[in-house]
Each structure stands twice: as C-alpha cells, then as structure tokens.
Write a protein that binds this ligand. Sequence first.
Ligand SMILES: Cc1cc2nc3c(=O)[nH]c(=O)nc-3n(C[C@H](O)[C@H](O)[C@H](O)COP(=O)(O)OP(=O)(O)OC[C@H]3O[C@@H](n4cnc5c(N)ncnc54)[C@H](O)[C@@H]3O)c2cc1C
Ligand code: SF4
Length: 493
Amino acid sequence: MGKTTGFLEHQRGHLHYRDPLERLNDWREIASLPPEKNLQEQASRCMDCAVPFCQDGRLLAGMTTGCPIYNLIPEWNDLVYQGRWKEAYERLTVTNPFPEFTGRACPAPCEGGCVASLVDDSVTIKNIERAIIDKAFEEGWVRPQPPTFRTGKKVAIIGSGPAGLTCATELNRKGHLVTVYERDDRIGGLLTYGIPKMKIEQSVVDRRVRLMEEEGVRFITNVEVGTQLSAEALRLDYDAVILCVGSTRPRNMDIPGRELKGVHYAMDYLHLNTKSLLDSNFEDGNFISAQEKDVIVIGGGDTATDCVSTALRQKCKSLVQFDIYPKRSEVRTPENPWPQYPIIHKTDSGQEEAALKFGKDPRSYSTSALQFMGDEQGVLKGVKSVEVHTEKNEHGQKIRTEIKQTEREWRAQLVFIAIGFEGPETQLLEQMSIDVNERATIAVSKDSYQTSQPGVFAAGDARRGQSLIVWAIQEGTEAAQQCHHYLMDLTSS
Ligand SMILES: Cc1cc2nc3c(=O)[nH]c(=O)nc-3n(C[C@H](O)[C@H](O)[C@H](O)COP(=O)(O)OP(=O)(O)OC[C@H]3O[C@@H](n4cnc5c(N)ncnc54)[C@H](O)[C@@H]3O)c2cc1C
Ligand code: SF4
C-alpha cells in the first residue's frame, strides 16, 4: 500500500463524460479518462486490504460480488499510485486477457465488494483498469504473444463473443491451432453487435482481433455452424470443439397485439443499427428508425438501456421505459448488506440523456404491458399498461399482482422488448446431440466444461445463461484449461 492515508485525503472521483446533449449527436464513446495525476490519487485510496473482497469473485444472494476473474486489484492500484504503469499492465494481464472490454463496460462487481464502501465510496477500480490498458496500448506495450511451439492439435471454437475470444487466446498461446467460426460478418459477438458503440467503440474490438490474428488465431466469418457447415464435418476435422454460441433466444411477451408492425425484439433493433452504422454510416437505410416516433422500451436491464440511448440518437419524439420493478432505494437496504452487489437506484448514461432531452427520467416503475394496440392496418399505435405490486413468497419466489384501476394507455409507434433471454438456440445443439439442463443452457460435467459429447466443451452465456463480459472471460479461461488437459491426454494416450 503506497499511501496509508490516501482514502482519508481523496474523495472518489468519476470519469469525465461528454456533455449529454452534445454526445446525442454521434455514436462515439461517451466516457474519457481524467488526467494521470487524478488516477494516481484515486489509486491511492486503495487500502490493500488483508482480505481484498474486490478480488474474490463469487455469487452472494444470487448476485456477483468481487471480481470473477480474480484481478489482482490491490497490486495494480498500488503500482498505479507509484506511477509504475508498465508493471501495473503486466499484473493486470496475468488474470484478464481483455481489460479494454471490462474497463469500459463491466458493471464492476469488484466495486460493490470494495471494503472502502463500508465507510465511504468504493475505490474507482474500473476506471483504473481502463487507464492501465489504454496507456499500455498508447505506449506500445501490448504486443502479440504467439506460441513458441505448436502441439499439432486443432480446436474449433464456435462463436466469437468474449467467451470464444478468451478460449481462442488461451489455447493458441498453449500451442494449439485454433479456428474461430462466426456466423456474423464481424468478430466480437455482443461486444460488436449488442453493446452499442457509445460504450465500446468498434476500433477497440478490431484492435484486439488483429492482435489475435498476429498470434496465429484463424477467424472465419459468415459461416453458421449447423447450417452452412455441418457440425459433423467440424468434429471430424478438429480434435476438440468449444461451443461459445451465446444465449440468444429472446424472451417473448405473449400478450394481445404482439404481431403488430412496430413491435420488435431489442436485439433486432440494436444489431441492425450497429451493422448499418459500421457498414455505411446509415446510408444503406437497413435499420429500424425511431426518428420522430413515440418509443416504449420494455425492460429494466442493460439491453433496455441500450435501446434508450439508441432511440435518443435516432431522434425519437418521446421515450418511455417500462420497468416491472419498483424504484430501488438510494442506499443499501438491510436485506442487501455489503459485500453483496448493491441493489440501489442507478441512473445509466441512457436515462441521464433522456432526462436532459425530455425533462424527466424515462422510467415508469412497477409497470407491466397488458396489450399492444394497433390500427386497422395492423400497425402499432399504443400500449396498454397496468401497475404491479411485487413481493416474495415464503420460498423466496417473486409474486406479482396487478393493482386495480391503474390501467393506462400510452401512445407508441415503436416498442422494443428487452426482458431477457431464454438460452442458446437449439438447432445446433440438437444436431450435435448436446444435452441441456433445466435452465435450457448447455449442460456440462462438473468443473470440466465438457458437454454430454466427449471432446465438445461449452463456455459463456451458452452455458451460464445471459450474463456479463467478465463471466464470459472467466468461463472461457476455465474451459480452455479443461480443453487443453483433454488435448494433452489425447497426446499421451
Ligand atoms: C444489449 C446487451 C448489452 C449488454 N451490455 C453489457 C455490458 O454493458 N456489460 C457486460 O458486462 N455485459 C453486457 N452484456 C452481456 C454480455 O455482452 C454477454 O454476457 C457476453 O457477450 C457473453 O459472451 P459470449 O461469448 O458467451 O456470447 P456472445 O457475446 O453472445 O457471442 C456468441 C457468438 O456466437 C455466434 N454464434 C451463435 N451460434 C453460432 C453458430 N451456429 N455458428 C457460428 N456462430 C454462432 C453469435 O453470432 C455470436 O457472435 C450485454 C448483453 C446485451 C444483449
Ligand atoms: S477491497 Fe477496495 S480498498 Fe480493499 S484492496 Fe480491494 S480495492 Fe483496495
């Protein structure tokens, strides 16, 4: 611990965000880092705790607290405080192959567990992580690390999201020949076509993909395994296969009017928008436009908020976000003590932008959609909603009841459904005879990441259910380790 009194001298500082009304006019990243001196001050707030809760990722009360990839946070905080940035970069990349992604888009469960938050605000760990990796790229410290020898074993990875990229990096560095198959035209999974470019610019993803290519990873895009390339052919060609296909089946809303023109899944909206932006700066017109429309986003999570920021940039006329939960408390409740992930009221950048543009926060809490209403041509013209009351029963299950006489009609020409995902698509799994579990995600044998088919592994959202980048990295690291053992056993047997 470089400075014993850092946390007493300095308040928690924040990222610099571009003016919300200015940033609504473009799709560039909204956050930038403060000067190095401020970051060093922020790093000095770390107390190098004897038990660093920030570093020890686990599920508490069903939520992540601490860092799932066990980042060596107190070590690199201290190195940053001392201005030893290169060593900080070296320690950061012992555990995290892609800090440029987590440093930008992670919800930072490490900060939820930070001991400093018991008496004050947590250390700004995520910003320091981003600062270290951004500086490392600027200084040219991030170099390709190709393996020094090849084992001759071949691995196919299906899916190029953070789980697939982690598996590919780890296995390639161990000397195996790795090919990543991706059905989209660009590599990155949800890093590319889910999380909007305001949070992670495409150049950040592409830069990492180039480095991996220089290390020897082969990427094949525009190929859907299971349709354009049979899974059987793949199995014959490779010694092992890892399924990193994500959890892409969207949860639907089975209410009247679902078929109306103007009701879309959030991911269709976000994917098309990003593709059109990257392909042609929207000149091809291949996107769903919210311009001059009344928009309702249904859902309270990351995906919903991303729809909010996107619709605002497309210059929607009005915007409402239905959140089925009541507004959270401003501070932790007694049922949500430290070091659990704090369930408190948060305003994301999208909601902040909407509040400035339209004069109020877009969220309508405890609100459930009852019906989509349309005209004679089958075009959406509004949504009927009702207020709901949520409570837990004796088994801890959430029970919702509609509150009488709270029905309301909202004008809308566009609705985006962002209420979660139900697991990986089934076609490929059926073709490969892969078992799924009761949550409809890929079943693996305990700790081995191996599926019901020998030599076929699974990692990321496809195994875990829709989650976070950092968990995809954690699963990718562990699945790669298990796959490596499997390949080495093949060699020695
Ligand atoms: C809109 C949105 C915003 C999010 N924001 C955040 C955030 O801010 N922070 C955060 O930590 N997490 C966020 N998440 C969650 C995070 O993006 C995911 O948990 C993470 O990307 C999962 O990684 P993955 O590699 O398992 O799967 P994915 O990223 O989903 O990648 C799976 C890939 O597999 C490909 N694929 C599927 N089937 C086939 C096939 N048969 N053949 C070839 N390719 C195939 C898909 O095209 C896709 O590219 C967000 C998720 C969404 C939907
Ligand atoms: S818990 Fe917070 S104060 Fe303690 S070591 Fe981790 S970052 Fe530093």
